[in-house]
Design a protein around this ligand. Sequence first.
Ligand code: TXA
Ligand code: MG
Length: 341
Amino acid sequence: MQTRVEIADFENWKAAAGEAARLLAAGEVVAVPTETVYGLAAIAFNTDAVARVFEVKERPSFDPLIVHISGIRDLGRVAVVPEGIQKVVRELGKAFWPGPLTLVLPRHDDVPDLVTSGLPTVAVRVSNHEVMRYLTKELGPIAAPSANRFGRISPTSASAVRKELEGRIPLIIDGGACSDGLESTIVAVEEGEKRPTLRLLRPGPVTREELRKFGRVVKAGPVTGNRPEAPGTLESHYAPGVPVLLFDRPEEFEPEEGRNYALLSYRGDPKDGYLERHEWSRVEVLSPGKGKLAEAAVRFFHSLRVLDTEGVDAIVAEPVSDVGLGSAIMDRLRRAAFRGS
Ligand code: TXA
Ligand code: MG
């Protein structure tokens, strides 16, 4: 299959989105930009199209998909929100939608089992990207996981999608680089004793600190084998082809003779202890100078891809502070570095 790329820039995004809508309506799958990462879209109620998403991604069917809707008014088409959490769901929607927050809620019967992997819940979000907004308005709920092959680095540009899925899908909508750069925050909303419980299943651009205003934020349960609470948040994920090494302190890095190491640096500042520690074969700096977490997040997956290249034997990653958006980056880094226990 030949994969076409249509540019969705300021002038012709609507024509490109229209082309995507035509293919989706015909039951095809199409890669589309969102503010977080590129998604591999299919109409959520079309089981054959959803099955094609799993096939294209080589994704195991125990890993459910996120459903995108056009706004909270469409929530009732995919979820049945119990009385006790209606208020907090409304508040969260008002505060963060459209945007990078995914809510896990009891599912509506109309949502195919394949989308939710047979779970009683469904993951829902409203993207603020104009292409996804157009598609959900025109076509209704759209299932879209990140547009990478299973377990690999999420794509934040059309060229990254091509590297992952060229020849497997008919169309990629190129909306430029994603403005957030990390996948959405996933929260399971449940009734609590005094306040609603917000179980943080995947840290992301909407931070734990921001969520605290709306309920009691608790961590997701422990990962057990192949079936963690958010099934896709396996310990090993976002894995580049070459190993990623993560240390608590730079002194712990002991290079092996004759091996080529690349550095994924946060600020590119020697004071952080990594830059001058070794003759790196390549260095990528996430946020040169002062170190801004938002900038680092936008460049994170792209930089990981750049370093995941021939001639590099391992990537050493500098840790960032584990607060706010930094927690989302550290979550991705730990999974990228995980090599089994
Ligand atoms: O930012 C994003 O969320 C992107 C863009 C394209 O919207 N999508 C994305 O999808 O990251 P994906 O499929 O790569 O990750 C979805 C995650 C998986 O870890 C999956 O296990 C989890 O959401 N998930 C989906 N439905 C769930 C449910 N009912 N309960 C718990 N976790 C769920
Ligand atoms: Mg993914």
